[in-house]
Design a protein around this ligand. Structure first.
Ligand code: ZN
Ligand code: FE
Length: 255
């Protein structure tokens, strides 16, 4: 397997990801919520951390960056737009930038909404997207800095990635997201079976992240705001997709 992804639980409910290229032995870390568990996950495999890619400025995604950089000499990448509020960057990224990681292409998408300047990383050779607090398992991040329109546009971009894309998101919020999702689509059979699988996984203390884009499209209410059946269920048949998204996001904020 050319690229491996290791999910690293951090803090109370955060996830960081190690992306390792077997051929070169190089490893990239996506987000650094906490240095100690990430250091342990890398060292136990005999890996370094040559690169750190930051998704957004929130403390629960960047707090470990400086310590990890000191330990591993990592090269740090993040959004140019957020350079003033991120740890010191070695590479400044903009929407639609691409760069190479160990001969694999990495595509940068601006997915603002949760924050303005939130980026996601799509790595086609790993069939993976690192989405942090934009698209999440059965959910999406709260819209703190951007607008609902902006968040809907960001989610729509992610929804257009290949169906088999593995969505590596930032938090273990899936069970609570599922309880909310059932209030929007109580009769969606894919959602009902996913919520029960998530409950089983959590009872075994297993992670429900990453997930697959195809299952998010079938079950995640925030990606489904454009569906006629969702609009009808909300009594919003004639509303725009972004208006329906805004309604669902507002309901979730008050759930
Ligand atoms: Zn965040
Ligand atoms: Fe977060």
């Amino acid at each position: 397997m050319p690229l491996q992804i290791v999910t690293v639980p951090c803090r109370s409910d955060n996830y960081a990801f190690l992306l390792h290229d077997d051929a070169s032995g190089r490893t990239a870390l996506i987000d650094a919520p906490e240095a100690a568990p990430i250091t342990a996950a890398a060292k136990s495999r005999g890996w370094g951390i040559e690169e750190i890619w930051i998704t957004h400025h929130h403390g629960d995604h960047v707090e470990g960056v400086d310590a990890l950089k000191a330990e591993f000499g990592s090269h740090v990448s993040g959004a140019a737009a957020d350079a003033h509020r991120l740890p010191a960057l070695d590479r400044h990224l903009r929407d639609e930038d691409s760069f190479e990681f160990a001969d694999h292409a990495v595509h940068v998408l601006d997915v603002s909404g949760h924050t303005v300047g939130h980026i996601a990383f799509h790595v086609p050779d790993a069939a993976a997207a690192f989405t942090a607090d934009s698209l999440m398992a059965l959910g999406c991040g709260r819209v703190f800095e951007g607008t609902f329109d902006q968040m809907w546009a960001s989610l729509s971009r992610l929804a257009n990635l290949p169906l088999e894309t593995i969505i590596c998101s930032g938090h273990e919020y899936t069970a609570a997201n599922g309880r909310f999702a059932l209030t929007i689509e109580p009769d969606n059979p894919d959602l009902i079976s996913r919520v029960s699988a998530v409950a089983d996984a959590r009872a075994r203390d297993e992670a429900t992240v990453p997930s697959q884009l195809s299952e998010e499209l079938a079950t995640n209410p925030f990606l489904r705001a454009s569906r006629p059946e969702v609009k009808a269920a909300l009594g919003m048949r004639n509303a725009t997709d972004a208006q329906v998204f805004a309604e669902i996001r507002t309901r979730k904020d008050n759930f």
